[in-house]
Design a protein around this ligand. Structure first.
Ligand code: ARG
Length: 238
C-alpha cells in the first residue's frame, strides 16, 4: 500500500516538474550533458561513441523531458564551471557530491556509491592507506581522489594527470607508486592492464549525483525528481 502511495506521489511530482520545466525549455530543445569520458563503466568510448551508465541515465532523462540529448566530452577540471556558468545543462560524470561543489552547483539525488581505492603494482610494499606516507600518488586532476590525497599526504607527493588512464600508465612505467581512483574505473583499469591490483583497504566512500546550475531551478527540479524516481521507486542500482 505504502509503495502505491509513493508511486502515485512520485508520478504526480514528476508530471508537475516536467510541466514546470516545459514552460522554460530552450528553443533548440536539447539537453546538453557534459562529462569526462575516461571513466568506465560510467562514461567511456566505444569506437567513436560515448557510452556508459551516465550516458544511459541522461538519455532516459532527456526522453522523459521530451528533449534531444547532446553529450560533450570535456576536461574533468572544467565540468563544474561549465555547468555553473550555464554552458552545459547537466554534468553526469561519476561526480561526487562534496561541500565545495555544493557551494557552486545543485546536485540531484545521488544514484550510486563510489569508493576511492588504491591501485598498486603487484609486489608493491604498499599494503594499506598508512603505507602511502612518503610515496608518490597518481590521480586524475581535480577529482576527489586528488583532493583527499593532496590534503592527507601533501601536494608535493601527488602527481596529477589529465585522466585516470594516464595515471595508470604512470604507475605502470614507475612514475608514481600508486593511483587513487574510484572503485569501478579501478576494476576496469586493473582488468585491462596486467601486473596491477587494487588494495583491499578502502580509502574514502562517497556518493555520485548529477550537477546542475543554481540558476536553472526548473531543470534542477525536473532532473532531481526523475533521478529520485529512478533510484527509489524503480530501485535502480548503478
Ligand atoms: N568521483 C570523483 C570525483 O567526483 C571522480 C570522478 C571522475 N569522473 C570522470 N568522468 N572522469 O571527483
Amino acid at each position: 500500500m505504502k509503495k502505491i502511495v509513493s508511486v502515485i506521489l512520485a508520478v504526480m511530482m514528476l508530471l508537475a516538474a516536467v510541466s514546470m520545466f516545459a514552460s522554460c525549455k530552450k528553443e533548440d530543445n536539447t539537453l546538453v550533458m557534459a562529462t569526462n569520458a575516461t571513466f568506465p563503466p560510467y562514461e567511456f568510448y566505444e569506437g567513436e561513441k560515448m557510452v556508459g551508465i551516465d550516458v544511459e541515465i541522461a538519455t532516459a532523462i532527456a526522453e522523459k523531458l521530451g528533449m534531444t540529448l547532446e553529450v560533450k566530452d570535456m576536461e574533468f577540471d572544467s565540468l563544474i564551471s561549465a555547468v555553473e556558468g550555464g554552458v552545459v545543462d547537466v554534468v553526469l560524470a561519476g561526480l561526487t557530491v562534496n561541500e565545495e561543489r555544493l557551494e557552486k552547483v545543485n546536485f540531484s539525488t545521488s544514484y550510486a556509491k563510489g569508493v576511492q581505492v588504491i591501485i598498486v603494482k603487484e609486489g608493491s610494499d604498499i599494503a594499506d592507506v598508512d603505507g602511502l606516507e612518503g610515496k608518490i600518488i597518481g590521480v586524475q586532476a581535480g577529482t576527489t581522489g586528488d583532493i583527499y590525497a593532496s590534503d592527507d599526504f601533501g601536494e608535493e607527493n601527488v602527481t596529477k594527470y589529465a585522466n585516470g588512464a594516464l595515471a595508470v600508465e604512470g604507475l605502470k612505467t614507475g612514475k608514481v607508486d600508486c593511483v587513487i581512483i574510484d572503485n569501478e574505473p579501478a576494476k576496469n583499469y586493473v582488468a585491462a592492464n596486467e601486473g596491477l591490483k587494487i588494495l583491499e583497504t578502502e580509502y574514502v566512500e562517497e556518493m555520485y549525483a548529477g550537477a546542475m546550475s543554481k540558476d536553472n531551478e526548473a531543470l534542477y527540479t525536473a532532473v532531481a525528481v526523475f533521478m529520485w524516481l529512478l533510484t527509489t521507486v524503480f530501485s535502480r542500482e548503478y
